[in-house]
Design a protein around this ligand. Structure first.
Ligand code: AMP
Length: 392
């Protein structure tokens, strides 16, 4: 897919309608984590330096199409101004035209776009209203790109459109991992349930060379292969689905790596009494909470001969010591190989960022996506409407 970037458009004197994700956590009226704000800085600075007027469009919470005072984007202003190092003019959508007219080469922030009922409906009238406020559209909100909303989809079609810095960085990283990757490619899919990741597994078996299945969802596969998994988290009703994923993998030549040994305990608790057993030897009163050392070694060997890694979901109950071992060890192995220049490693979605941070491995990964739902839908092979609308 092809898309323009900020470098392809002349921004001098232009009003640049810039869709950003500044849906930040707020505690006691203050932004408690500025990560998302910090990440849009390169795009906004670039527009300013190129002589344009960045007009920021963003959502905040879920006001469901009507004004909700507690969900006003005003609360982000101090953090936004601190991150950008310049003043930001705040405006309602009704007053935006006038505000923008008096804000040449200054940053403007429009009130929560989800106050408008037309936003989530991808309403052409709202998109046109927004288009009338600017000359160019720039989408820097990859994390909102899986939604076809007025500010992410319809608007992109009404003005010359481009990807912002963060969006371009994300798309490049994803393309390198699954679009045209260096092979062999290994995917790690872990986490609680198979049911939430069916599309993901289905897409990956046709695209990657090795698929490591871990976490609670591995139990469903072990049970489908006839192993007793005791009290483990397991979706027994998905046994047929699990078997058909394994059959499809075989047809596509994708090697599936399931735990060959597991760490079992009688309770889901930190430091619970535990032991390592073969994957077919979980007793009726025990539950599988992590992969064992033999499996960890096999995953490490797989990483060592791979060129590309894509990772979603922990390999065990990583919040509970010592059931974080497989996740930590595998993450650290991937980080080391990446640092040595031997592996391109991309990870994202749900608990994955937290798990890799906890393992101290996140910094060394090639790219960590914080996009959540959009990252998962992309990994599932779905077209993201906000990205498709940018394609030329
Ligand atoms: P997800 O949101 O699907 O990525 O799942 C993450 C959750 O799966 C984490 O809270 C883990 O504690 C949990 N998990 C991973 N492995 C297991 C397991 N063997 N048994 C129970 N929960 C697990």
């Amino acid at each position: 897919m092809n898309w323009k970037t900020l470098d392809d458009l002349d921004l001098l004197g232009k009003r640049v309608l810039t869709r950003v994700d500044i849906n930040v956590p707020v505690e006691n009226g203050l932004v408690s984590d500025t990560t998302r704000i910090d990440r849009i800085v390169p795009t906004v600075r670039h527009i300013l330096q190129a002589g344009g007027t960045p007009v920021l469009i963003a959502h905040f919470g879920r006001p469901k199409g009507k004004p909700v005072p507690e969900m006003s984007l005003k609360v982000t202003l101090p953090a936004l101004e601190a991150a950008l190092g310049v003043p930001v003019k705040f405006t309602t959508l009704d007053e935006a035209h006038e505000t923008i007219a008096f804000a040449k080469n200054q940053v403007v922030l429009i009130e929560n776009i989800r106050f408008e009922p037309g936003e989530e409906a991808n309403d052409p009238a709202l998109a046109q209203r927004l288009a009338n406020l600017g000359d160019i559209y720039c989408n820097d909100a990859f994390s909102a790109a899986h939604r076809a909303h007025a500010s992410t989809e319809a608007l992109a079609r009404l003005r010359p459109a481009c990807a912002g810095r963060l969006m371009a960085e994300e798309l490049d990283a994803l393309e390198a991992a699954l679009g045209a990757p260096q092979r062999p490619v290994v995917a790690v899919v872990g986490g609680a349930k198979v049911s939430s990741k069916l599309d993901l597994l289905g897409n990956l078996v046709g695209k990657v060379d090795h698929l490591v299945i871990g976490g609670g969802m591995a139990n469903t596969f072990l049970a489908a292969l006839g192993h007793d998994v005791g009290k483990s988290l397991c979706e027994h009703d998905l046994a047929n689905t699990a078997r058909s994923i394994l059959a499809n993998a075989e047809i596509s030549g994708c090697e599936i790596i399931l735990p060959s040994d597991v760490v079992v305990a009688r309770s889901f608790a930190a430091n619970a009494d535990h032991k390592t057993v073969e994957a077919n030897a979980c007793s009726a009163d025990a539950m599988i909470l992590d992969a064992g050392p033999e499996t960890i070694a096999q995953i490490g060997a797989c990483f060592a001969q791979a060129r590309t890694l894509i990772w979603n979901g922990p390999l065990g109950a990583f919040e509970l010591v010592p059931f974080d071992r497989a996740t930590n060890t595998a993450a650290q192995a991937a980080a080391t190989l990446t640092k040595m220049g031997k592996l391109i490693s991309v990870a994202g979605g749900g608990d994955t960022v937290a798990a890799l941070n906890q393992a101290g491995a996140a910094e060394d990964f090639t790219y960590i996506s914080t996009a959540g739902g959009a990252f998962l839908e992309w990994m599932e092979g779905k077209d993201l409407p906000g990205v498709a609308a940018l394609s030329t």
